[in-house]
Ligand binder design. Sequence first.
Ligand code: BGC
Length: 436
Amino acid sequence: MPSPFTLPQGMLLGCATAATQIEGGDTTHNWYDWCQKGHIKDGSSCLRANDHYRLYREDAQLMRDMGLEVYRMGIEFSRIMPERDRFDHEAMEHYKDELRLLHEYGIRPLVTLHHFSNPMWFERMGGFEHPESVQLFVRYARFVVEQLGDLCCEYVTINEPNVYAVNGYLFGEWPPGKKSLFKTLSVMKNMARAHVAAYEVIHAVRKTLGFAGCTKVGFANNYQVFAPARTTNLFDRLSARFFDRGFQGAITDAMVWGRFSFPLGLGVRKKGDYCDYLGINYYTRSAVRGTRHLTLPEVPVNELGWELYPEGIGMLCERYYKRYGKPVWITENGTCDAKDRFRTRYIYDHLKVLSTLDVPVQRYYHWTLTDNFEWAEGESARFGLVQVDYETQKRTVRQSGRFYSAIIRNKAVTEKMCGEYLPQAVSITEALPQPE
Ligand code: BGC
């Protein structure tokens, strides 16, 4: 049966979101274009999403009522730079207003500058395939950070360059729909360069503004546990290591240390130290069989078929803390569960693993606050602690959302909470819907 536990000392908890997935109303970025071209499985469009650009005050109140301490939010690149040589000051004012509100409610913001979507002018020139993308992204980052001044100390430069590159340039399932390993690697490389350059500029700008003290800059990659499907098969074991290096190992070395080694490069470029925390987005474990990537048989999975593997979050925190020595921020962790049948247990299991580690895990941002536009899956994949009726935009806090609020309040899962929220669930498998 679930037993009580206490959260690590000083850990702050909140939620993470991304501009394109919640804001709605923007027709100037590549994801709007991708939706218009009919690539979304359920036919929905990010033009609607959660209408958060209009409803941000209500959403901030919701976060305050749920007791969030921290909030990771995105700024939409295309809203700030709708054209190559124009910054939109009105859009900037909008985000400043949102940030002021968060401060008023005692919620500390972490701002993501790039979360998968590009302005159309940037996409048309080749996005991060183009070497000039580095300088253009840095120009955008500088403007935002200068404008936000003391409203925000903490930044994620780029979210999941590994997922962005693989889905858009290897599998062709996301814009721009290409399928080339060479392009995938070159996009990853340019994104890592963009991070390194932005890291330096953000620190320099904040120093000039007199806010150097509290500044924290990092990135958030998607990290998975890659396991050999057949543990005794040498090929599977080597292949799992290869996947691990290609998807997450090499790019993390490049973004943390400026070291571009195989398969991103052959040597050292701009060696240094380019992150103040290590952002881990953790969802699942992947099995590798030969050159194929799959899910192990008979493991618990969510509605998208992703294995529910709470131990993995601990394994990755330990591994990367050992390698880079940076405090860990769980910048995303959550699951797709439309009926909220196992999300409560999922949160319990992942936080419990974190509570046992000998690693400074300083933040936990649950993915995500409200159901939102889940990229190629559209509106049907529901990751929210809060349920959304897209027709009316009504928000309703789920049981898992109430559980999460209670955790934040108590900085623990108490005996009483186990009885109230996890009465029957002995394990995550039992919490899952049973086959009919
Ligand atoms: C992304 C989010 C996404 C989530 C769930 C992460 O890879 O950063 O934008 O919604 O996973 O798929």
